[in-house]
Design a protein around this ligand. Structure first.
Ligand SMILES: [Zn+2]
Length: 67
């Protein structure tokens, strides 16, 4: 089993024996197929960028963003 820990230890990624990724963030764990995990990462990164962009120059954060 390979394991990668981030510096802040709030998130953890484990490559399980079953071939899937177990992504743990704080108290939640998500179980992904490999391709699904990379799609998830891309999606979260895009949403993070959208939130940052739309929060710039405005007093209020958006209630929701989607891609
Ligand atoms: Zn597993």
């Amino acid at each position: 089993m390979e394991e990668a820990m981030h510096g802040d230890t709030r998130s953890k990624l484990v490559l399980c024996e079953c071939g899937k990724f177990h992504f743990t963030y704080r108290s939640m764990t998500l179980h992904f197929e490999r391709q699904e995990f990379f799609a998830f990462v891309d999606s979260v990164a895009r949403l993070g960028t959208l939130v940052k962009d739309s929060a710039n120059g405005t007093a209020h954060h958006p209630a929701a963003v989607q891609n």
